[in-house]
Design a protein around this ligand. Structure first.
Ligand SMILES: Nc1ncnc2c1ncn2[C@@H]1O[C@H](COP(=O)(O)OP(=O)(O)OP(=O)(O)O)[C@@H](O)[C@H]1O
Length: 250
């Protein structure tokens, strides 16, 4: 069974068709990148997957369950997390406490943050696991406001991981992140490959080709190609669509 099945999804803003009959399967453990020129409809597609936007028609199925009409919080509960959107980092809280709050949000009211030592320890242990996966464990005690931009993005990743998602939607995780920070981030995401399924939108083509197991290319709301990085890279229609836009690695 596919982790995610998107069938004939359509979404328009007025006369502008932004998602045009999109069908796509994402298999468990894969990193599926969605690339395409500016304005192709990538963010709009992700927003429909997260539940922020409702499609006009079509179906979204997560692990065999139709979630097309399911609310955003319920989707999170079902194992779908959108990084960089579902969590708001609290700057005056420590890195660890920020992630612990995200763990607590997943666990609902069954845990209390204060008052019960055992539950607090469990909360912190789960938060530390997420911090390790995001490569931020050595910054656990720092205030979130003291983090660099790259570290801040990894904190957001840790908060998303704290919800233990089956499917993680990553919307331009490397935006504004450069150099070593970007490399560290890509290494973290690579290490997570196979453990959870990811749908990735990213403008940095080197990162996309380093991470994606498969890619879909979106142009004017339509998927013009889906395949492995090699297949997509050599597809003439894809190269034509990218001409004069973003660079495709040779
Ligand atoms: N809420 C909205 N109302 C009207 N038009 C919208 C809305 N959101 C997006 N659009 C339009 O839909 C089209 C697709 O936008 P979207 O942000 O999904 O593209 P994108 O591929 O993510 O672009 P980018 O790579 O530049 O982030 C654009 O033409 C955009 O102006």
């Amino acid at each position: 069974m596919s982790r995610l099945e998107i069938t004939q999804l359509n979404k328009s803003f007025g006369a502008l068709k932004v998602t045009d009959d999109v069908s796509l399967n994402v298999e468990p453990g894969e990193v599926h990148a969605i690339i395409g020129p500016n304005g192709a409809g990538k963010t709009t597609l992700i927003a429909q997957l997260s539940g922020e936007l409702r499609p006009d028609s079509g179906r979204i199925v997560l692990d065999g369950r139709d979630i097309t009409q399911t609310s955003m919080p319920e989707r999170v509960h079902l194992g779908l997390a959108r990084s960089f959107q579902i969590t708001q980092v609290l700057p005056s809280f420590t890195v660890l406490d920020n992630v612990a709050l995200a763990v607590q949000a997943r666990q609902g009211s069954s845990y209390r943050f204060f008052g019960n030592v055992a539950s607090e320890e469990a909360l912190n242990a789960a938060a530390m696991r997420a911090l390790r996966d995001a490569g931020l464990e050595d910054r656990a005690g720092a205030r979130a406001s003291a983090l660099s931009h790259g570290e801040h993005r990894r904190l957001e990743l840790a908060c998303a991981l704290a919800t233990e998602p089956q499917l993680l939607l990553l919307d331009e995780p490397l935006a504004g992140v450069g150099g070593e920070d970007a490399e560290a981030f890509i290494a973290r995401l690579r290490a997570l490959r196979g453990r959870l399924t990811m749908v990735l939108i990213e403008h940095d083509m080197d990162a996309v080709f380093a991470l994606a197991t498969r890619l879909s290319v979106l142009v004017y709301g339509r998927i013009i190609a889906t395949g492995t990085p090699e297949e997509v890279r050599s597809d003439p229609a894809v190269r034509a669509a990218y001409l004069g836009e973003e660079e495709m690695p040779a």
